[in-house]
Ligand binder design. Sequence first.
Ligand code: ANZ
Ligand code: ZN
Length: 894
Amino acid sequence: MDSERYNAREAEPKWQAIWDEKDIFRTGNADARPKYYVLEMFPYPSGRIHMGHVRNYTMGDVIARYKRARGFNVLHPMGWDAFGMPAENAAWHNKSHPADWTYANIASMRTQLKSMGLSIDWSREIATCDPSYYKHQQKMFLDFLDAGLVVRKKSKVNWDPLDHTVLANEQVIDGRGWRSGALVEQRELTQWFFKITDFAEELLGSLDTLTRWPEKVRLMQANWIGRSEGLGVRFELDPAPAVKAREIEVYTTRPDTLFGAKFLAIAADHPLAAEAARNDPALAAFIDDCHHGGTSLAAIETAEKKGYDTGLKARHPFDPEWKLPVYAANFVLMDYGTGAIFGCPAHDQRDLEFANAYGLGNTPVVCPPGQDPETFEITDTAYDGDGVLIHSRFLDGMSIAAAKEDVARRLEGRPLGNRPQGKREVQYRLRDWGISRQRYWGCPIPIIHCEACGVVPVPAADLPVELPKDMSFDEPGNPLARHPAWKHVTCPKCGGAAQRETDTMDTFVDSSWYFARFTDPWNEAAPTTPEMVEKFLPVDQYIGGIEHAILHLLYARFFTRAMQATGHVGALKEPFAGLFTQGMVVHETYRDQDGTWLYPAEIRLSVGSPPQAGNALTSVKSDGSQAVGRRAFSISTGGEVTIGAIEKMSKSKKNTVDPDDIILAFGADTARWYVLSDSPPERDVIWTEEGVQGAAKFVQRLWRLVGELKGLAAPIVTPVPADVSAEAAAIRRAVHGGLIKVEEDIERLRFNRAVAQIHDLANKLSAAVGDIETAKVAPDLRAAFREAADMLTLMLAPMMPHLAEECWAALGHRDLAAQAAWPSADRALVVEDTIAYPVQVNGRKRADLVVARDAGNAAIEAAALALEPVRRALEGRPVKKVIIVPQRIVNVVG
Ligand code: ANZ
Ligand code: ZN
């Protein structure tokens, strides 16, 4: 065995077929063992898997295999997030049908994933574009509607006038549609919304319970939900002929700065602005102008601050003689707070930019610590830090908190009309989730519009509302709305002619509950089987990219609550108990003399040190030339190629490697091993040719080592005798010590360290094997080698499952490594039998003392005093006292 090379290309498909045939990764819903649910974010079927998938799914698979070996009933399913724009775009370009395109992609990606040797229960596979999946989603939509969790309302959307479609905020680039390039308009459309805001407080509060989530992700969600505590303040308006209203209500989180107010501003869509614009064409034009450009917060925040003076005047709440101008302004959003603000330029950057543009001045009212109130000035940068109130009459000298409280109390206690002038309020940035998309390739919204009856839900018995197959994609806009027949139906209520809703659901809806469907994907009658949801959920370990930190993870948390309210998930609250966000796979870039990008497969490298992993992107110089003496040449022309920066693998820069090529050349185990090694899993890992070669070599080395161990080993099931020689004890200590560390590292998802432990153990065992003369291996040593070979193989198994099977079989086992129990480490073996004490003389450390762990105090004292450095330090003085702190330290007082 030790002379042959391990042939991954033969071994891997062989073992995959055996696992398949024995169906060993199927998870029993009736299995009574404790469950463990490990899930990687399911892929979009784009056509081919990429290295990011390889890393993601390998991590999940290591956990799945490890937990299975530890006796858990592991659920490790896979599915496809299969609706979405790319299929429709492909249909547009290739005249193919989105369904054909999608299912063909799924088939090839499934084959690819299988070639990685993932331990997945494929019997639970789901595709969100399948009517057998989306029918349940439609049912839940109707249940949510019944429960008041779905509403239909008007909202502002990004409208692309050329493509006739709504665009997501991400699809608006510099105010233009990403595909058409047309200037985007804001339109009011009636859309369907999920009422995620009903759960704002709950979604925020429960973040504290997610102790196994990255702090960063919890913070991002908290900011997104954006709870703010402030005051609603009503300002009296001077009577003006143009408008009927006599007041404006603003929302402020800084009532303490009221004496620094310089203006009021209302949103362009504020009813007052519309009213004032009736007699003011210039204001009307300004409002119209505000409707161009995106609706996203980012778009608004970066836009130049523009306003228009409405001519209205508002009275300061604490000084009726003090009149503030009222502007319509582009940076005030209608759907936050009251759609109106008072502007305090000294302490708010947006207000300052605005005031500087319109010559409104500023008065600082909070003085930073250490500044002189007489001279403190604001010019270009607003001050939003802590300090003491100044220029603020009765608030002068107060802290910000005290001033806020004082203003709130005064305004709450004072009527304006028949209500108090101020009211404490809590606001959230979170908005209801608009799910309507004017697209074909999504889950149809199960609604019928009838002239007589209005909005009518599709009866549950008529679900699914299936997408029509005969489609044409040759015009822009929503293909479903153009279909000649599909939308025409009879009203389920009155039997009259009616029309289907032609919008489909946002694809984020599809991914908001798939993890629950996996617990019982066979249930045809209902979306879930609540007992199974309660049995398997929450997901114990969820793994995916940080890019989903907010949307997907927040939507899924909302959906779980909505499903709970409608009886679909039992008592489940949070879907994901543990979350891990993995880093990217990055690679050098290559360019030839003409500046054309080249694939790694198109170049040949000359020797030199490859870039080091660890802190990937940050450690690379701006030109990317971090590696030393390394040169690259084009294989086709032989010309030298410039090695560029290390970046996220992307098709545009051609710095990708194809998982298929890697698996074909080196085997899946090598690819798996490599993506786990080198970098902590949350950091980026640099893919290099040298690195993958190194991993491939290590596979061969392990194979040889197990062969050598086998040559020296006792037959199977030879227990190691209780009393063994020092040599055998050392081997056992290395193996059991390594096992304990690998265990800890996998439990804590420190896969790179688990890999390093196995390297370390392999070195120790190679050394032990090298020292042996085969002829005279004593029985205890043979037993220790047997144990070492078996345990090393099982330790490898979660990471390199195919190699492990091959070794396991070669070692004479009849069962599968994938089904073997995790070896149990004997901790007693690892405890060293000696211990080192630092020895201090009068408080200064003078020496180290190595004694037997079980040495008594008298023996320790005698040994310590006999040490040469200790005697020297005592300089002949008598010893007054020796204090021994067991297992810790020896103190000599002299
Ligand atoms: C006066 C003030 C003075 C403000 C100051 C800030 C600093 P958060 O924390 O996000 O809730 N604001 C209120 N409604 C707005 C809207 N519809 N569009 C744009 N801005 C709006 O922010 C609340 C603050 O954002 C409010 O407090 C208000 O400006 C502004 F030194 O009021 B503040
Ligand atoms: Zn009707």
